[in-house]
Design a protein around this ligand. Structure first.
Ligand code: SF4
Length: 459
C-alpha cells in the first residue's frame, strides 16, 4: 500500500498547475445551483409515466435543526415556532399523496430503500416521527421494515424515545453528526456541544438494535492538530461504528463560518486538510476499515446496507419535503434552494401553504440529456474507491468512456490520479486521485452546468 510519506513526497513533486484539492463536494450532479424554474411546470404523472419504478429510492427531508452549524450550507432552519413541524408534516403528507397518485398504483411501483435526512429528522419528537414513518408507509407505499432505512440524527436529539420509534419502524442505519470529540474544535466549527453529551447519545444509539451506526467527523477545523484529530478518530473508534465519514471543512458563502475571516492562507489550509485526510484514512485502514470513497469508510466486517453516498446510476428517486430532490432519467427537480436563513424560512413557509394540486407538478429543476447522463455516470462511479467497470459504461451508453472524455481522462492520468487501465476492466483512481476527489469531480462538469452554477446568485 502507498504510505502517507510516499504520497506526500509525490504530491509535493506534482506539477504546480494541479488544481486546488478542495473545490466542491460532488454528491449529486448536476448540483442544485444549476436548477432553474421550469416554466412549463410538467405534470409528475407525465414525467414518471414511462420511467422504471421497480427500485425507487425514497427520501424525506426534515429542514429543522436546534442550531445552525457554522460550516453547514444544507437547506435547514433553526427551530420551528408556532407548531411549524405539524404544518410541515401536513404538507409532506399532501405531497406524498399527490406524488403517489402521479406514480400510479400499479404493482410496478416499489421502493428499494428509504432515508430521512435534513436538517435533523430527529428534531421531530417521538410522536411526530411516528407520523413521518406513517406518511412514508401509508401514503407512498414504502415498506420501511423490508428495505434499508437510513436516518440522520444529532447528539442532542438522539433521545431514547425517538430512537425506540425509529428502531421499531425498521431503521437499519443511524448517522450522527459529531464532527469533533474535542469541545474547543466543536465551538470553533460553530457547533457548540459537550463531548459528554455526544458520548451519552452514542451509548443510547448502541443500546438499540439498529445495525449500522455512522459517525461524521470533520478535519481542517481552526486549531485542529494531528494529535487532536487522532483524539477524535480514536474516540469514534471506541464505538466500533460500522461506517465513518471524514469530511474536509469547507467555508461557503452565507454560512456561519463564511461570514468570519479564514484563519489560514488558502494554500496552508489545503495542506493542513490533505495531511489530516491522509492521517485519518491511514488510521482507519489500520483499524479494520475499507475505504469506499474519499469521505466514506466501512468496517470490513459490517453488514452490507445497500446504497448510501453512491446513488444507483439508473434508478429513480422520489424526494419529499421542500429541500429534497427527485430524479427521473431525464429531469432532476426540487423546490427552490437557498442557504440564507431568511430565504430558507420563506421557502419553508411557502411549502407548508402549498395545495395538493401544486404538488403534482415539478416547478424547479434541470433536464439531464444523454451527454449529461454520461457525465453523471462517470462522476458517480469514478469517485468510488472501487472505480467504474468500463463494460457497464459501454453497455449503458454504447460508447467507451475514453472516447467520450478523452481530454479529461488524459489530464487525470497526467496528474497521476488514474490507475493505468485503458485496456483493463475498471477505471479507478489512485490514492492520490481519491484524495483529490473534490478537484477532479468539478472538472467533469459540463460547460453548460458550470455556467449555470456560476450564474447562480447565492441566496
Ligand atoms: S450540519 Fe447537520 S445539524 Fe448542523 S445545521 Fe447542518 S443539518 Fe443541522
Amino acid at each position: 500500500m502507498t504510505t502517507t510519506a510516499e504520497e506526500t513526497a509525490r504530491a509535493d513533486a506534482a506539477p504546480t498547475d494541479a488544481p486546488r484539492p478542495y473545490q466542491s463536494y460532488v454528491y449529486a450532479y448536476p448540483h442544485k445551483t444549476a436548477y432553474r424554474p421550469l416554466p412549463e411546470r410538467p405534470a409528475l404523472r407525465d414525467l414518471w409515466r414511462d420511467e422504471p419504478k421497480g427500485a425507487l429510492s425514497l427520501y424525506l427531508h426534515i429542514p429543522f435543526c436546534e442550531v445552525r452549524c457554522g460550516f453547514c450550507n444544507l437547506f435547514t432552519r433553526i427551530g420551528a415556532p408556532d407548531e411549524l413541524t405539524g404544518r410541515y408534516l401536513d404538507a409532506l403528507e399532501r405531497q406524498a399523496v399527490a406524488v403517489r397518485e402521479a406514480l400510479g398504483d400499479g404493482r410496478d411501483v416499489r421502493f428499494a430503500n428509504a432515508a430521512f435526512g435534513g436538517g435533523t429528522p430527529t428534531f421531530l419528537d417521538a410522536d411526530e416521527l411516528v407520523r413521518l414513518c406513517d406518511i412514508a408507509e401509508l401514503r407512498t407505499g414504502a415498506d420501511l421494515r423490508a428495505v434499508p432505512l437510513s436516518v440522520e440524527t444529532s447528539p442532542a436529539t438522539a433521545t431514547a424515545d425517538r430512537l425506540a420509534v425509529l428502531a421499531e419502524r425498521g431503521t437499519t442505519r443511524l448517522s450522527i453528526g459529531v464532527q469533533s470529540f474535542v469541545d474547543a474544535e466543536a465551538r470553533a466549527a460553530v457547533r457548540p456541544q459537550r463531548r459528554a453529551d455526544v458520548e451519552a447519545a452514542l451509548s443510547r444509539i448502541r443500546d438499540t438494535d439498529i445495525p449500522v451506526l455512522n459517525i461524521d467527523l470533520i478535519y481542517g477545523i481552526d486549531g485542529q492538530t494531528p494529535a487532536s484529530w487522532r483524539t477524535s478518530l480514536d474516540a469514534a473508534l471506541v464505538w466500533r461504528p460500522e461506517e465513518l465519514y471524514l469530511y474536509p471543512l469547507y467555508v461557503r458563502p452565507l454560512t456561519g463560518l463564511g461570514r468570519s475571516a479564514a484563519p489560514l492562507t488558502d494554500q496552508a489550509w489545503d495542506g493542513q486538510r490533505l495531511r489530516l485526510y491522509r492521517q485519518g484514512r491511514d488510521h482507519l485502514l489500520e483499524h479494520g476499515y475499507e475505504q469506499v470513497s474519499m469521505r466514506m469508510f466501512r468496517r470490513a466486517d459490517a453488514p452490507a446496507q445497500g446504497p448510501d453516498d453512491y446513488a444507483c446510476q439508473t434508478d429513480g428517486m422520489i424526494g419529499l419535503g421542500c429541500g429534497a430532490r427527485s430524479y427521473t432519467s431525464s429531469l432532476h427537480y426540487s423546490f427552490e434552494y437557498a442557504v440564507d436563513m431568511r430565504e430558507i424560512r420563506a421557502i419553508i413557509d411557502g411549502y407548508t401553504a402549498t395545495p395538493s394540486e401544486e404538488f403534482a407538478r415539478a416547478r424547479h429543476g434541470r433536464r439531464v440529456d444523454g451527454r449529461e447522463a454520461r457525465r453523471r455516470h462517470l462522476l458517480q462511479s469514478l469517485l468510488q474507491a472501487e472505480g467504474m467497470p468500463l463494460d457497464d459504461y459501454r453497455t449503458r451508453f454504447g460508447s467507451g468512456a475514453f472516447d467520450d472524455f478523452p481530454s479529461e481522462l488524459a489530464a487525470f492520468a497526467a496528474r497521476g490520479w488514474l490507475e493505468p487501465c485503458e485496456d483493463g476492466p475498471r477505471l479507478r483512481l489512485t490514492p492520490e486521485g481519491l484524495a483529490h476527489s473534490d478537484a477532479l469531480g468539478p472538472e467533469l462538469f459540463s460547460p453548460e452546468v458550470r455556467a449555470a452554477m456560476a450564474a447562480y446568485e447565492p441566496r
